[in-house]
Design a protein around this ligand. Structure first.
Ligand SMILES: [Zn+2]
Length: 441
């Protein structure tokens, strides 16, 4: 199918590589000289290392600096409560603070100045525009508006494209459906789990989501549109095109998918990206999975240097059909370095299991990976998978569905799996971030 090529919103999106890299180096030098003066965290660190900005002769020189990990950030908050040592601007210049969801540590804050908020909206608008969103669109935003970055960031970005935004949030399914059909929503953005759940609820009311006016869906916050079977399922349910987006609390946004739907363009004029081996920290070749490490090029409040995202990505710098030159993350976020299960030496990401579950006819979208005694050997190492799934086709034979999925997992992932096929609706639904791996001892 030929892909329409929308004009780019920002000339930076199609700079040639040399122009882009020269820009990155200039920005990086400016940022690092500022941080070596103004950052309570980086200034003493750089002094201790005897590092001076004159050492930054090329982009590759940045790799001589240490990574910044989440635990460095948390320790800094403990040492200088409640704001920590990363702010790097006077408190009076900070206009917004958001918090992490606190799933692994206490909720941590991040900061934005007025300029940072403008930049965020502009970058978000760029991604939305590359998906053909504009003034005729009505965006129903299903990201949460409280604490976390989702809802407010998306709203500012879509408004910048000229679209009308309904700040719907991630609750109240009944009202969401009513609004969607009453106002003729054309764009949905939210987590893939909530958008799938919403389609199920629309169907339960005897309506067809594909008959709604929704034509574009942008998902983020968890793996989704980059898993082919999940994308196909969402697109079929809604009769719409589904795009993936990637950001985190510390970097908003990181990358977004264009109309070519062939990987997510990194915002390379906003963040300098490295992809490194999870164990050695050394850069990997493009095309090889590695941990994404990001450095803010122009963020004023709370800038980070060599931030260890923990997300596994595969980078591709070859030109995209859309004409944009910024490198793409092929297959989106492949998993978390710390979510990766190692089973008899084989690396298995929950997203790879998700692809196989959703490809199996007769099974629903939900699944759960159970870490219990049955999956471990005597030494405590993982030897197999234990998976809970739901049966959507009540006429099918549950045992047969289990066997079929186990065979696929064996064939594709080379690991054995015990499958529990449960009635539809048994597993917990998540409206924000789905928790796919549960530990039961
Ligand atoms: Zn593209």
């Amino acid at each position: 199918m030929p892909v329409a090529v929308p004009a780019h919103l920002d000339p930076a999106e199609s700079w040639d590589r040399a122009t882009l890299e020269a820009f990155q180096l200039t920005q990086l030098r400016k940022q690092m000289s500022r941080l070596s003066q103004d950052s309570d965290y980086y200034a003493p660190l750089l002094r201790r290392l005897g590092w001076d900005v004159s050492e930054l002769r090329s982009l590759a020189d940045l790799a001589r600096l240490p990574f910044t990990y989440k635990n460095n950030y948390v320790a800094s908050l403990a040492a200088q409560p409640p704001l920590g040592g990363f702010m790097a601007v006077p408190r009076s210049e900070v206009q917004r603070i958001h918090f992490s969801s606190g799933t692994t540590t206490i909720p941590t804050p991040q900061f934005w100045t007025g300029t940072d908020l403008e930049r965020w909206a502009q970058l978000y608008a760029r991604h939305a525009h590359s998906q053909g969103i504009g003034a005729d669109d009505i965006v129903q935003c299903l990201f949460s508006y409280t604490w976390f970055v989702g809802g407010l960031g998306a709203t500012a970005g879509y408004q910048r494209t000229g679209a009308m935004v309904i700040p719907a949030g991630s609750q109240d399914t009944e009202r969401q459906i009513h609004t969607l059909f009453t106002y003729g929503t054309t764009v949905l953005c939210g987590t893939p789990s909530f958008i799938t759940h919403l389609a199920e609820e629309v169907r339960k009311r005897g309506l067809d989501p594909a008959a709604s006016s929704v034509r574009t869906i942008m998902v983020g916050g968890e793996p989704g549109a980059s898993i082919p079977a999940t994308r196909a399922r969402i697109e079929a349910l809604w009769g719409a095109r589904c795009y993936d987006a990637y950001g985190c609390l510390e970097f908003q946004p990181i990358a977004g998918e264009c109309s070519a739907q062939d990987g997510l363009h990194l915002a390379e004029d906003f963040a300098y990206a490295e992809v490194v081996n999870a164990d050695t920290g050394i850069a990997v070749k493009d095309g090889t999975p590695g941990v994404l490490v990001l450095t803010h090029l122009d963020k004023q409040a709370g800038p980070l240097v060599r931030w260890w995202t923990g997300d596994i990505v595969v980078r591709d710098q070859t030109p995209c059909h859309c004409g944009r030159t910024h490198a793409r993350l092929k297959g989106g976020v492949r998993g978390r370095a710390d979510d990766m299960l190692v089973i008899r030496g084989v690396n298995v990401f929950p997203s790879a299991v998700e692809e196989l579950v959703r490809r199996t006819p007769g099974l629903g979208d939900e699944y759960q990976l159970v870490l219990d005694r049955s999956v471990r050997d005597a030494a405590g190492f993982m030897k197999s998978l234990h998976l809970r799934v739901e049966q959507i086709d009540t006429a099918a034979d549950a045992q047969q569905l289990a066997t079929q999925l186990a065979q696929e997992i064996k064939k594709v992932l080379s690991v054995t799996a015990k499958i529990d096929v449960l009635p539809l609706g048994t597993l917990t639904r998540f409206t924000h971030k789905a928790k796919r791996v549960v530990t039961e001892e």
